[in-house]
Design a protein around this ligand. Structure first.
Ligand code: NAD
Ligand code: UDP
Length: 338
């Protein structure tokens, strides 16, 4: 029987790509988003890509009454929970906003879910929970910590969801720890559309390529890495989205909480990303080396074996696919959805 999945934050970057994969896998989708960091055009484009329609509720997950009405209106089987704020720097400036939106939002969502008898959730966690530890590759069992309010919200929510599962064995929660999602759907219809100057590497490079920004600043070339620049595990957003479908398929066999890294397992340096982008897209990316960014670690990449063994999921797309699709999206939408 066709399952109905409520996707919070489904208009956002990862949420919109996950909606595409869910619809293509035959799920019915309901989106809840307050558009605080997204645009109504994104779900419209998802419908264009898939040829399938779905309902989008302009609802804040902190608004219990309106959220409960969504659960009353639809027969929901499971929730994929993306909604939240995600900018590290902003979280340091506005900690209460982050704790309120991310933690209170999640608690409200869980309460409404429990009242509606929906007790299956997939949650967007992050590799940021591995903290300043750079004993790579990270296994799910590695020690966790946080250095900023955003990271704390992910850690606290992971803990809250584990406690919910202990208290009520009817709950099934999957914590997906994403590494560095990049790229876009190959159509170029949906992609990453950050507000203001991007904090993340790939959208910054794409905006240099399209002429919105002059020069990339590379934060440090004196790390203990092969070329001195920071190493990360970049994962194509479509592979990441597919990981949610695999996680969903696995919830029937699961009891309580399961934690999975979603990464490729490959460490890629900043210079690798820049030179691959230049080579594949034929566009020079001017850059200068500047001091390290406070809070950055040298290396972060996943041990993705657990997701492979249990979810039968692996990341298939290459760095070449990532830079090609990132540029295709940026080129077709120089100003994002605006
Ligand atoms: P995004 O900002 O593009 O998407 C989040 C969506 O949630 C947006 O559409 C926003 O409008 C919505 N939202 C925020 N607060 C809401 C609220 N109170 N009620 C309803 N909707 C609300 O971010 P993304 O990159 O797609 O990230 C999705 C999730 O994955 C987030 O939880 C983020 O922390 C997590 N994550 C992202 C990354 C990354 O690098 N992009 C890495 C690890 C984890
Ligand atoms: N980075 C950079 N210049 C930028 C943005 C990022 O050199 O304008 C580097 C950053 O120091 C890190 C890597 O690129 O080594 C990935 O950074 P991003 O912010 O995308 O992800 P995160 O640090 O959260 O893993």
């Amino acid at each position: 029987m066709q399952q109905t999945i409520l996707v919070t934050g489904g208009a956002g970057y990862i949420g919109s790509h996950t909606c595409v994969c869910l619809l293509e896998a035959g799920y019915q989708v309901i989106v809840v988003d307050n558009f605080s960091n997204s645009n109504i055009i994104a779900p419209e484009r998802v419908q264009q890509i898939t040829g399938k329609t779905f309902t989008v509720h302009p609802v804040d997950i902190c608004d219990r009454k309106t959220l409960a009405a969504v659960f009353a209106e639809h027969d929901i089987d499971a929730v994929i929970h993306f909604a939240g704020f995600k900018a590290v720097g902003e979280s340091i400036e506005q900690p209460l906003n982050y704790y309120h939106n991310n933690i209170y939002g999640t608690i409200t969502l869980c309460e409404v879910m429990a009242e509606a008898g929906v007790k299956t959730m997939i949650f967007s966690s992050s590799a940021t929970v591995y903290g300043m530890n750079d004993n790579v590759p990270f296994k799910e069992s590695a020690p966790t910590s946080a250095t900023n309010p955003y990271g704390h919200t992910k850690l606290f929510i992971e803990q809250i969801l584990q406690d919910v599962c202990i208290a009520d064995p009817e709950w099934t929660v999957t914590l997906l720890r994403y590494f560095n999602p990049v790229g876009a759907h190959h159509s170029g219809l949906i992609g990453e559309d950050p507000n203001g100057v991007p904090n993340n590497l790939m959208p910054f490079i794409s905006q240099v390529a399209v002429g919105r920004l002059k020069k990339l600043k590379i934060f440090g070339n004196d790390y203990p890495t092969p070329d001195g620049t920071g190493v990360r595990d970049y994962i194509h957003v479509i592979d990441l989205a597919d990981g949610h479908v695999k996680a969903l398929e696995s919830t029937g066999k699961q009891k309580g909480v399961a934690i999975y890294n979603l990464g490729t397992g490959h460490g890629i340096s900043v210079l690798d990303v820049v030179t691959t982008f230049e080579k594949i897209n034929g566009i020079p990316i001017p850059y200068k080396i500047v001091p390290r960014r406070p809070g950055d670690i040298a290396s972060s990449f996943a041990d993705p074996k657990k997701a492979k063994n249990i979810l039968q999921w692996i990341a298939k797309k290459t760095l070449e696919d990532m830079v090609r699709d990132a540029w295709n999206w940026q080129q077709k939408n120089p100003n994002g959805y605006a």
